[in-house]
Design a protein around this ligand. Structure first.
Ligand SMILES: C[C@@](CO)(OP(=O)(O)O)[C@H](O)COP(=O)(O)OP(=O)(O)OC[C@H]1O[C@@H](n2ccc(N)nc2=O)[C@H](O)[C@@H]1O
Ligand SMILES: Nc1ncnc2c1ncn2[C@@H]1O[C@H](COP(=O)(O)OP(=O)(O)O)[C@@H](O)[C@H]1O
Length: 334
């Protein structure tokens, strides 16, 4: 995430993430699942802005806001009340630091929701970082990462500042250096998937205790292929434990994945618990080319060309079954 000063306060860019590898190793006694993942931040950003009441000379009285702290959301239908992860992050930091929340925090959503792209988690991490500066709390990155784990399993990842292997619930981070810049086409179908429900769809039969004993260590192999720039093989080595379960239960997503694979011999992989899919491409030009091919097959002219500030989104319409969604070209940011 990127935090900077503005003339009236502070601003943060909260990146989306893609899971290049996701293995669910088993269910834990606390109800969470033990994971092994490779995640990368990508250049599709939500934006958070904070201004102080003093500078804006505003006194707030309405909605969910207190007089001293106001929160607003633009861009999509995520909640703008205390249940928003950005608000949860603000209140957690305030309680921990003994600060009474103040100022005006606004969130502009661009990352699709329930996509497996970590938008809410990234917003929470960016809010911790932003308000840590704005309120003069000055906690270390380590202390903020500890708070992040209380907000959600994926939140600490956004403090890694680049690609990381994530284990445990997702909060045990091993940052990875030496990976090349990677280019992707991402498609978010209109169908969304709740993370909790995706975990519930997995059954115990899918957790093989012998899997980790003497296995060929597919994650290490993927990392090695990426470091050596062997991207064709790396694309084939990407995998996601949720994918087969989700595709079996949602034929429309199976259709989308088949369409993407037909147009991109490197294949298409689901990110997180879905529902977005991504295809790895060799260069930005190839990504644009693939996005163009996807549009030619799937595009709905009525919404084509919708522009996003940090990338281009295009509405898609497939043949059978009809697939609707948005496609972006993007790349890793680190
Ligand atoms: C699956 C992943 C993979 O990156 O991403 P998304 O698809 O959500 O982006 C993450 O593990 C999601 O992390 P996050 O979205 O922070 O999850 P949390 O809020 O902690 O948990 C939401 C729900 O998912 C389940 N959950 C989550 C993480 C985990 N290791 N085991 C679980 O069983 C639990 O049922 C929990 O109630
Ligand atoms: N700031 C936020 N951005 C997105 N979703 C949020 C946010 N705060 C709370 N939520 C809730 O969390 C749910 C999933 O969040 P999201 O990050 O989009 O999922 P995923 O991790 O699967 O990409 C949403 O349905 C929404 O109701």
């Amino acid at each position: 995430m990127f935090v900077s000063r503005t003339t009236v306060g502070w601003e943060a860019l909260a990146p989306a993430k893609l899971n290049l590898y996701l293995d669910v190793l088993g269910r834990r006694a606390d109800g969470f699942h033990e994971l092994e993942m490779l995640m990368c931040p990508v250049r599709l950003f939500d934006q958070l802005r904070w201004t102080s009441n003093d500078r804006a000379e505003i006194h707030f009285t309405e909605g969910e806001s207190t007089e001293r702290f106001r929160f607003s959301v633009a861009g999509t239908d995520v909640p703008s009340d205390e249940t928003n992860l950005a608000m949860k992050a603000a209140h957690l930091l305030a309680a921990e630091a003994g600060v009474e929340p103040y100022g005006s925090l606004s969130l502009t959503k661009r990352i699709p929701t329930q996509a497996g792209m970590g938008g809410g988690s990234s917003d929470a991490a960016a809010t911790l970082q932003l308000l840590n500066q704005a309120w003069g709390v000055n906690y270390s990155k380590q202390r903020l990462t500890g708070l992040a784990a209380q907000l959600g399993s994926d939140v600490p990842f956004f403090f890694a500042g680049g690609p990381a292997v994530c284990r445990g619930r997702g909060e045990i981070l091993q940052p990875q250096s030496g990976l090349p810049k990677l280019h992707f086409v991402v498609v978010k179908p209109d169908e969304s998937i709740s993370t909790k429900e995706a975990f519930m769809q997995l059954n115990a039969g899918q957790f093989d205790p012998q899997k980790s004993e003497g296995r060929e260590k597919p994650l290490e192999r993927l990392l090695e292929l990426l470091r050596n720039g062997m991207l064709t093989a790396a694309a084939k080595a990407m995998s996601n434990s949720f994918q087969s379960v989700i595709l079996a239960s949602q034929p429309i997503l199976a259709s989308l994945q088949a369409q993407m694979t037909a147009l991109n011999s490197w294949g298409a992989t689901m990110t997180g618990s879905g529902s977005a899919f991504f295809g790895l491409c060799g260069t930005a030009q190839q990504a644009r080319h693939l996005a163009g091919k996807l549009r030619a097959v799937l595009e709905d002219g009525s919404r084509a060309g919708a522009k996003h500030e940090f990338g281009e989104g295009h509405y898609l319409r497939g043949k059978t079954p009809r697939t609707h969604g948005t496609v972006w070209t993007t790349s890793t940011c680190y």
